[in-house]
Structure formats: C-alpha cells, structure tokens
Design a protein around this ligand. Structure first.
Ligand SMILES: Cc1cc2nc3c(=O)[nH]c(=O)nc-3n(C[C@H](O)[C@H](O)[C@H](O)COP(=O)(O)OP(=O)(O)OC[C@H]3O[C@@H](n4cnc5c(N)ncnc54)[C@H](O)[C@@H]3O)c2cc1C
Length: 377
C-alpha cells in the first residue's frame, strides 16, 4: 500500500484547463514532492471534434472580456497573454500560436476595455475608416491559437515531464478510490484537480448547479490570405459576454474561424441552417477581404457576396462554452475519497474565456495545492 507521499495526484479533464494545470504541476516539484501526475479524461486532444469538448471548438483568440473593475479576470488574462506571447516569441507558430494585428469595432459604444491598452501596438483609430459602420475602433497586437496543435503540444509537454494521460469517464470523485481507477493511477489520489469544464455539472461529489452551456456556432473556412483579426461588438462594451459579436479569427494553419453566436442554456449540438448564412453575411461586413482576391477587381472591396465565400467553407461547428453563474470556480476543499480526506482543487467554469485565462488559472490552482490558501483570488 503506497504511503500518502507516494500516492498520485489526479487531474480530471484534458482540455486547455486540465492540460495546462497538469503541466504547471509537473513543473512544480516543490508541490508534487515526487508524486506522479495522472490526467483522466473522457475526451483527448486528437479525438473527433465534439461540442462537449469546448477547447477543440474555440476560435480561439486572446481577447479579454475583463471589465475595468474585474481585477481577477484582468490578472488572469494579462498573465496568460504574457505566457503565450513569450512562447510565440520563442518557438513561433510551431505550437499553433499566431501573433496578429487585431481590430476591434464597436457599434453603439464609443469606448473600449482598458485592458486592450496594455497590448503591444495599441492605438485608437478613426471609425470612419472602418470597413463597416462603427462608432469606435481600436487596433493592437494579439494572438490566436489553433486548438488541435496547441492541445497536442500540451500533451507532449505532459508526457515529456513524466505525466500520464488516461481515457475514462469518471462518474464521481469517490469512484477514484475504486479498483477501476486505482489500477490506472496506481493508488488512491492524494489530491485531485477538477478541470472538467461542463462536466462539473454532473460529476458526482461536485454536481455544481451553477454550471451551464453557452452554445456557440462558428464556420471554419480556408482563407490563408487573411492574417488580420476582426471583431465587431454590438450594443455592449464587455467584449462578448453580452451583446452580439461578430468575429474573424485567422489561424496559423490558413484556416479562419468565423462567428459567432452565444446561446445560454442551449444544448443543440448541431449547426442551425439559418445561423450559417447569418454568420457569413455578418463577417463579410467587417472583413470584405475574406472573399478570394482573384474574384475581385483590384481595389474592389465594396461588394463581396456570401456566394463567393461559400466555396471556402470547410465545416460548421458547434461548441458549449462551460459557463458558470458567478464565474470560474477556483478554490480548494477537503473531500473524503476512499479512506482519507484529500484536497480537491476546482478549476472549471471558464465560459468563453478559457484559452485566454488558461495558464494563469493553472498557476493559481497549483498554488492552492502548494500552500493551502494563498492563490491570489
Ligand atoms: C464557439 C466557441 C468559441 C470560443 N472562443 C474562445 C476564444 O476565442 N478564446 C477563449 O479564451 N476561449 C474561447 N472559448 C471558450 C473555451 O473554449 C473554453 O473556456 C475552454 O475550452 C474550457 O476548457 P476546459 O478545459 O475547462 O473544458 P473542455 O475543453 O470542455 O474540456 C473538458 C475536459 O473534461 C473532461 N471531462 C468532463 N467531465 C468528465 C468526467 N466526468 N470524467 C472524465 N473526463 C471528464 C472532458 O472529456 C474534457 O477532456 C470558446 C468556446 C466556444 C464553444
């Protein structure tokens, strides 16, 4: 029977939250103290796309929603931008990151989130020069992530640091002491990280009723000539958690994600026909150069047509953002698993901002295990 100091640490979930948490754990020997790290997840990075595996469906760009007063989210988004930007400076696009010029347009508002001013190359532009009607326009350098590439690179980092990845659906925290799971992890866990996204709604021992899906439908097109990100926000300032948002997210692979929708509590996992055309119409208003250059006369950006964009469509995707009333849950509690009471660190409920806050929430989660209480909440 292994002693407590030899018992494994288990991370539930292999999305961007579970994998960044596991990597940061393995990089923190003062916290793991020789214990092995096992990630258990129903969905793995190379699986076919699935609406319930939000990390694979996300755009994904780094575009904070942090209101000026939301210090916690501001800190998470800033820290994660720095980690991702440093990685892009070091390895370029090889892990799926792309640095790009990002333009934000607002209709019905004449101001922007202050956090954008901290991005490289920030400037306010004359909205009269926007490709469509806009009341405010800013531009700065940001990043996009190709989820499949970045998740694969996280899995490689996990394995190279000695971590393990297992496929299983875990019905409850208590089940981690059953032979099915102790055979995988070689012992009852000495600590558990809950990084299950939407799965926190049904995971026994957690069953967090504040968790709900926010459906998002997007279109993936092949348009490698687009290397500039665009977003238009109607009605509200907060960059996407309210109001209607249209976006163009180029990826380093040459694919471009076009969106989007936000439908709270909507479990429809398949694309809706009416939404497909609506998205294509909206994105052409903010980024007319999405249509292939050879179909336009030189300098003609005035009349792009949805019919010109349709041949570029690769697929229509739906994903469920793991939203939570009150925001991300990042906290520790003590839970009985098998014969002992162990720390369980919750790190789920990132809504539409999981990629852009991933590294910072991973670091706070690891800190919670390390010293018991002092994550900077
Ligand atoms: C359309 C769309 C666009 C988005 N755009 C952006 C963006 O531009 N920028 C951004 O920052 N974010 C974006 N997001 C949000 C982002 O994708 C999520 O916040 C993030 O992926 C959440 O990651 P996660 O690891 O918590 O959850 P997930 O990626 O859903 O992973 C959950 C993991 O937990 C596992 N799991 C769950 N329950 C169990 C169980 N009981 N047993 C075993 N395993 C379990 C799953 O199998 C999976 O491995 C977008 C999301 C969508 C849908």
């Amino acid at each position: 029977m292994p002693t407590a100091s030899q018992r494994p640490i288990v991370v539930l979930g292999a999305g961007c939250i579970g994998l960044t948490t596991a990597v940061r754990l393995l990089e923190s020997p003062q916290v793991t103290r020789g214990r092995s790290v096992h990630v258990i997840a129903a969905h793995h990075p190379t699986d076919p796309l699935d609406a319930r595996y939000a990390s694979t469906i996300a755009g994904a760009h780094h575009l904070s929603f942090a209101d000026d007063g939301d210090e916690r989210l501001r800190r998470w988004d800033k820290r994660t931008f720095q980690v991702l930007y440093d990685e892009w400076l070091a390895v370029g696009e090889s892990s799926g990151l792309m640095a790009l010029t990002q333009t934000e347009l607002w209709v019905g508002s004449k101001t922007h989130l202050k956090i954008y001013e901290e991005h490289p190359d920030f400037k306010v532009l004359d909205p009269a020069t926007a490709p469509c009607k806009a009341d405010h326009m800013v531009r700065f350098t940001s990043l996009t992530i190709t989820p499949a590439l970045y998740l694969a690179s996280l899995e490689r980092r996990l394995r190279s640091l000695g971590g393990h990845l297992h496929r299983a659906h875990v019905p409850s925290l208590a089940s981690l002491s059953s032979p099915q799971f102790t055979a995988l992890t070689r012992g009852t866990p000495s600590a558990v990280f809950v990084c299950t996204g939407l799965g926190a709604l049904t995971l026994g021992g957690v069953a967090d009723g504040k968790v709900y899906p926010t459906r998002g439908q997007v279109v993936r097109v092949r348009a490698p000539w687009v290397r500039h990100g665009w977003t238009r926000q109607l009605g509200s300032l907060d960059g996407g958690e309210g109001g209607q948002r249209t976006y163009v997210i180029p990826r380093c692979t040459g694919d471009v994600i076009l969106g989007g929708t936000r439908e709270e509590g909507d479990w429809e996992a398949y694309p809706r026909e009416e939404t497909k055309r609506d998205i294509l119409t909206r994105v052409l208003e903010i980024c007319p150069t999405l249509t292939p250059p050879n179909t336009r006369a030189e300098g003609d950006i005035a009349t792009p047509k949805v019919a010109e964009l349709e041949p570029l469509v690769v697929d229509h995707l739906v994903g469920f953002r793991p939203s939570r009333t009150g925001g991300t849950r990042l906290e520790k509690e003590q839970v009985a698993i098998g014969d002992s009471v162990v720390p369980v660190i919750h790190n789920y409920g990132h809504g539409g901002a999981g990629w852009q806050s991933s590294w910072a929430t991973a670091e706070d989660a690891v800190e919670l295990l390390g010293d018991g209480a002092s994550a900077k909440l």
